[in-house]
Design a protein around this ligand. Structure first.
Ligand code: GCU
Length: 694
């Protein structure tokens, strides 16, 4: 961008890279009415000043957006619950603007994380070169709309699949529990000056009108309008949380994102990436690209009226800090890049800082940094800002900060599932609800999950208590006090039980990309008991394996398995108890519970996680059979011929869990330290899928 720009500047002046030429300027005060009287309180702002500023941006900068409502029609073109190797649900939706057969339309591409509770928060943004460029996923439809690229005569090409994947990082967004919604900006209005004949402008022409008036919308206005229509669709999609939509945009699309966020208060977070002139950068600095320059190179972007200010930015009745003030008190994030001087990084920071007084008037924290923070040292309050190394682009560094910011303002940082390592082969688990009001804990109270009590969350740390009553005579009660804090995506904490304190640490439970979706093939069945390594405390006799003592150590297969069907026959005495360990992650409970109510700790349950639908147990002393099909976290169990668990998803590790690496293969374990138990006919059949990732 920089290099191309530099070549162009030689012929077309209208830019400045010399800070000493910026000179003195006075910014219009967002907290003073046009007539000079001060804005005294939040009410003055909300009811009067905000509208006054919005009108000025409409008539003088971006142009008025038509208010007439267009009837929208949406059609799901395609969807799949096992996109991105099973991590996401993909949906491609065509949104028609109007009922006419030839109505213009925009194609939305949506990815939602499969492992996150519905409805999910999303990042929404337009893309520059078609939906098929944001990820290499071959199922993404290639647009037929006009392309800015001339290489293929303005036609999108198959070759460009995934070309901008690094600007979207869809997999990483999904892994953090967010969805992505995107659309091609050219679907809304192709980015060239054609006198507003294509795109959505003509939808609003009446009475022989053929182009917008001088105070009406240009192309940036059209893109912003399109973003609001995407929001209209989002409000109808039950899987997306319309109250948590983070709108982002890069460069010219960043200008459109800010303008959309200023007009439409449904956008809960607004993010400007390198938006520069006409975006986050102050026009009055006239640094990098200038008003005169942008209106000359891109005459179709702004309202006709904006051209009055070519070379006279000090006469614009507003400046860009006021655009961002219109977003208040909603969270706003602005970021710059060191090598993107064209976009005026300093001007972008000062723009965000200029919005701060309004955020404060509205009772929020505003922007914590008062001077431009160092490179790659984000400052995050209700307004966030960072400048990173590198050029005009969107990078994983930018995305990481946006997601951290969204986690922070939506208080999601601690929400979700955490696999924790307590050392000495012990693992713990924390699952915290999205609203941070409840959760459960595994560890310190046996293999069971315990509900969090007296949960207190503040900033990045949490505290709670758990207890467990053991049904011994007399009953024994264990109580544990847990404290943890989040540091750079690691949860670091400790558990105190009586005098003992156990320290632990961990990360988010991994996304498992495998689902029981019909694509699985059975491999070769293996007999397990014959191949178990020798062990003193167990005895194999005529195909029956029994523990010699009640303290027999769990018998593990040497082979590790990932996705499989496991068949086990077992016999328990009255009151007997055992278990089957699955990959060192989960346990299927074996217990004499004939005729008792079902529970998540009963026979055939996924221990502490999933209760069987019905009790299909046989009386003690009889051989029982259990079939376990495990793919990723999807489990199906058939007990004594009755399907008791049907493709349920295991919420996380528990029971015989011994590793935080839930995405790895692991052994099968047969438990022998809870009392006498016998096993026979244990077989395992690995499952493989053509669509699974290595
Ligand atoms: C040009 C233009 C900028 C714009 C950028 C982009 O450089 O001058 O205002 O932000 O293109 O959209 O990438």
């Amino acid at each position: 961008m920089f290099a191309i720009g530099a070549a162009l500047f030689a012929q077309t002046p209208g830019f400045n890279y010399d800070e000493s030429k910026v000179g003195a300027y006075t910014l219009p005060d967002p907290l003073r009415f046009a007539n000079g009287t001060p804005v005294r309180n939040a009410d003055d702002w909300r009811t009067k000043r905000r509208a006054e500023i919005l009108r000025l941006f409409e008539s003088e900068v971006y142009g008025k957006t038509p208010t007439r409502k267009i009837k929208l029609r949406s059609e799901v073109l395609e969807q799949s619950a096992s996109a991105l190797g099973g991590a996401a649900t993909r949906r491609q939706v065509r949104l028609w603007f109007g009922e006419a057969a030839n109505a213009p339309f925009v194609d939305l591409l949506i990815y939602l994380p499969n492992n996150a509770p519905r409805p999910v928060p999303v990042f929404l943004g337009l893309n520059f070169a078609g939906n098929h460029t944001v990820n290499a996923d071959p199922a993404i439809r290639v647009t037929k709309s006009w392309m800015r690229e001339t290489a293929n005569n303005h036609v999108a090409s198959e070759k460009d699949r995934g070309l901008s994947a690094g600007r979207w990082e869809v997999e990483k967004v999904i892994a953090r529990g967010y969805g992505t919604v995107t659309a091609y900006y050219g679907d809304i209005d192709p980015d060239f000056d054609d006198g507003f004949q294509n795109g959505v402008h003509p939808l609003f022409y009446s009475d022989g009108k053929t182009k917008p008036a001088a105070d009406e919308w240009g192309t940036i206005g059209a893109w912003a309008w399109g973003l609001s229509r995407a929001m209209d669709y989002i409000e109808t999609d039950r899987d997306i949380d319309a109250k948590r939509v983070a709108l982002h945009g890069h460069s010219r699309i960043g200008k459109a994102a800010l303008w959309a966020g200023a007009q439409d208060e449904r956008f809960a977070i607004v993010i400007s990436n390198n938006s520069g002139e006409g975006g986050a950068a102050l026009a009055r600095r006239d640094f990098g690209e200038t008003t005169a320059r942008i209106n000359t190179s891109f005459p179709h972007w702004f309202a006709g009226n904006f051209k009055k200010y070519n070379g006279k930015p000090q006469e614009i009745p507003v400046d860009q800090h006021m655009l961002m003030a219109l977003i208040a008190p909603r969270p706003l994030y602005v970021n710059s890049a060191v090598e993107d001087q064209w976009a005026d990084p300093r001007g972008e920071f000062l723009g965000a800082l200029g919005a701060d007084p309004v955020y404060r008037l509205l009772g929020t924290e505003g922007l914590p940094a008062k001077a431009r923070p160092g490179i790659e040292q984000p400052s995050m309050g209700r307004i966030g800002y960072h400048i990173r190394n590198g050029k005009h682009d969107v990078t994983i560094y930018d995305w990481t900060q946006w997601m951290n910011f969204a986690d922070r303002v939506w208080k999601r940082g601690l929400a979700g599932n955490w696999n924790l390592d307590a050392g000495k082969g012990k693992v713990y688990w924390i699952g915290l609800a999205d609203d941070l009001k409840s959760g459960s804990f595994f560890g310190a109270t046996g293999g069971r999950l315990a509900e969090m009590k007296d949960l207190a969350v503040s900033g990045g740390s949490l505290k709670f208590r758990v207890e467990r009553i053991f049904e011994t005579t007399p009953p024994r009660r264990t109580e544990a006090f847990v404290e943890a804090r989040l540091e750079a995506e690691r949860l670091i904490g400790s558990t105190r039980v009586g005098e003992r304190t156990i320290k632990w640490e961990g990360g988010r439970a991994p996304v498992l990309n495998e689902h029981d979706n019909g694509s699985w093939k059975r491999g070769k069945t293996v007999r397990v008991l014959d191949s178990l390594p020798a062990a003193e405390d167990w005895q194999l006799d005529k195909g029956v394996l029994r523990n010699r003592s009640d303290k027999a150590k769990t018998r593990f297969t040497t082979e590790h398995y990932r996705n499989f069907e496991l068949h086990v026959e077992y016999k328990l005495p009255k009151g007997g108890n055992s278990g089957i360990g699955l990959r060192d992650h989960y346990e299927v409970q074996l217990e004499d519970d004939f005729g008792k109510p079902v529970s998540s700790h009963g026979n055939g349950a996924v221990y502490s996680r999933i209760a069987p639908r019905v009790n299909a147990s046989k009386p003690a002393g009889q051989w029982q059979s259990i079939d376990i099909r495990l793919i990723g976290r999807d489990v199906t169990i058939t007990l004594n011929g009755v399907k008791t668990i049907d493709r349920a998803t295991i919420g996380g590790i528990a029971g015989m869990a011994a590793t935080v690496h839930e995405d790895r293969a692991g052994p099968i374990g047969l438990q022998g330290d809870h009392g006498p138990v016998e096993f026979r006919n244990v077989t395992i059949t690995p499952l493989t899928s053509s669509s699974s990732l290595p």
